[in-house]
Design a protein around this ligand. Sequence first.
Ligand SMILES: [Zn+2]
Length: 101
Amino acid sequence: MQPYNFKCSQCGAVNFTEENQKLRCNYCDSLFFIEVEKEKPTVIIKKGANVVFGGNVVVKGSIDIQEGAIVKFTGKLTLLKKASLQKIKEAKLRLMKEEIN
Ligand SMILES: [Zn+2]
């Protein structure tokens, strides 16, 4: 069995023991940091932009709409990948602030 899709760059073994987000090679004892891929937004809409999405828009990834940008979706938008909870929280706070102003 190969639990990790990863090969030790030092000895080529594929058996590891996980230790606090790190992998230790069972053969040569090398320690590897498990890189967590950070979500990068696929589409960034910058401040001051005025964007209208018409028709069927599919964004494979996330959209980062910066403060002050005007974005309208007139068509159907299919969400393929949900933004992080933190991003959603920030967006909601941003929306609330905009409603007050
Ligand atoms: Zn190794």
